[in-house]
Design a protein around this ligand. Structure first.
Ligand code: GAR
Length: 195
């Protein structure tokens, strides 16, 4: 029997996507198991979900490079963590750091990210506000492979949601998150199947 595929989730915040992925794994919908949850933010909400689901959690020190960049030693630590947990697929779920070489090359084609806009529109921060200010009538989320750019890389899935008359930023973002929680476990499962 082949070994179960192992996923690592990286996040810096609340972890609602991590929760959706952990639930999918528990319900047998992920095609793999979550081996480890990694955060760069001590006490981040995502750690509570790791605990709830009995998954090991590791807090890494991002170092002091600034601008969202990870220190060389942090990238090395991340790589050895992935080896230690035999990770097949790295899933970024609200991880607000830029992943770069040598980690990137070590996991080429095996790092996914989710972003709250219809990329290539609105990379970066405040995506919902910027879409609304531009008068868009729809926005959504994008799941893509991670490359050396910020919110670039091959797009694997996009989900669209409407921006309605009188909508608040919060309402639109809630609609996007609903779509994220549905789509991300599905895309992870497809990706794991093709590894
Ligand atoms: C998600 O909405 C994700 O799209 C966004 O962070 C949020 C994390 O929420 N990611 C980015 O903006 C990456 N550029 P969560 O912690 O509740 O999953």
């Amino acid at each position: 029997m082949s070994r179960e595929k192992q996923v690592a989730i990286f996040g810096s915040g609340t972890g609602s996507n991590a929760h959706a992925i952990l639930r999918a794994a528990r319900e047998g919908r992920l095609g793999g198991q979550v081996a480890v949850v990694v955060t760069d933010v001590p006490g981040a909400g995502i750690l509570d979900f790791a605990k709830e689901f009995g998954v090991p959690a590791v807090t890494i020190d991002p170092g002091k490079r600034g601008g969202g960049r990870l220190a060389d030693e942090t990238l090395e630590e991340m790589e050895s963590l992935m080896l230690r947990f035999s990770v097949d697929l790295v899933v970024l779920a609200g991880f607000m750091r830029i992943v770069r070489d040598p980690f990137l090359s070590a996991f080429e084609g095996r790092i996914l990210n989710i972003h709250p806009s219809l990329l290539p529109k609105y990379p970066g921060l405040h995506t919902v506000r910027r879409a609304m200010e531009a008068g868009e009538t729809e926005t959504g989320c994008t799941i893509h492979l991670v490359d050396a750019g910020v919110d670039t890389g091959q797009i694997l899935r996009q989900e669209r949601v409407p921006i309605l008359e009188g909508d608040t930023e919060r309402a639109v973002y809630a609609r996007i998150q609903e779509a994220e929680h549905r789509a991300y476990p599905e895309v992870i499962s497809e990706r794991l199947e093709n590894l």
